[in-house]
Ligand binder design. Structure first.
Ligand code: CU
Length: 142
């Protein structure tokens, strides 16, 4: 019986290692004047994330280098682990990306949906799409 419990413990440990949430750390690149970008940083910090912020003038150049396609661009761009997170993406979607270990460059909330994390206004649907590593796919609407 003891060995069964031990084996179950090992299985559960390996499952949780396999389906790990995103690390609670981000590096965020934004324009100094961007208010809603700061709102997204606050949203992460309010949820216990450690965030390093870099104010950047040439964000489009940075997005080019990070492989963020024009059609999914938003205001700020972030690195979480080895993924690129573009725009007002909710933490649940970032966790989903890490749990699924998608072979993509990152995920984006294209544009700036009202009421999304860090954005004011009446809540509107916030579709989150992948980019890089094949055609963009919807991973969920938040
Ligand atoms: Cu914004």
């Amino acid at each position: 019986m003891k060995s069964v419990v031990l084996a179950l413990g090992l299985v559960l440990t390996s499952i949780s290692a396999w389906a790990a949430d995103a690390p609670r750390q981000a590096v965020v690149y934004k324009n100094q004047s961007c208010g809603c970008c700061g709102g997204w940083v606050d949203y992460l910090r309010d949820n216990g994330w450690q965030v390093v912020v870099h104010d950047v003038d040439d964000l489009d150049g940075l997005k080019d280098r990070m492989g963020v396609p024009d059609q999914v661009r938003s205001c700020h761009t972030a690195k979480v682990g080895h993924y690129v997170i573009e725009g007002h993406v909710p933490i649940e979607a970032i966790d989903k990306l890490f749990q699924a270990k998608l072979k993509v460059t990152g995920i984006a909330a294209p544009g700036m949906p009202q009421g999304s994390p860090g954005m004011s206004g009446v809540k509107e649907p916030n579709p989150i799409v992948t980019f890089g590593g094949g055609p963009s796919k919807l991973i969920g609407t938040y």
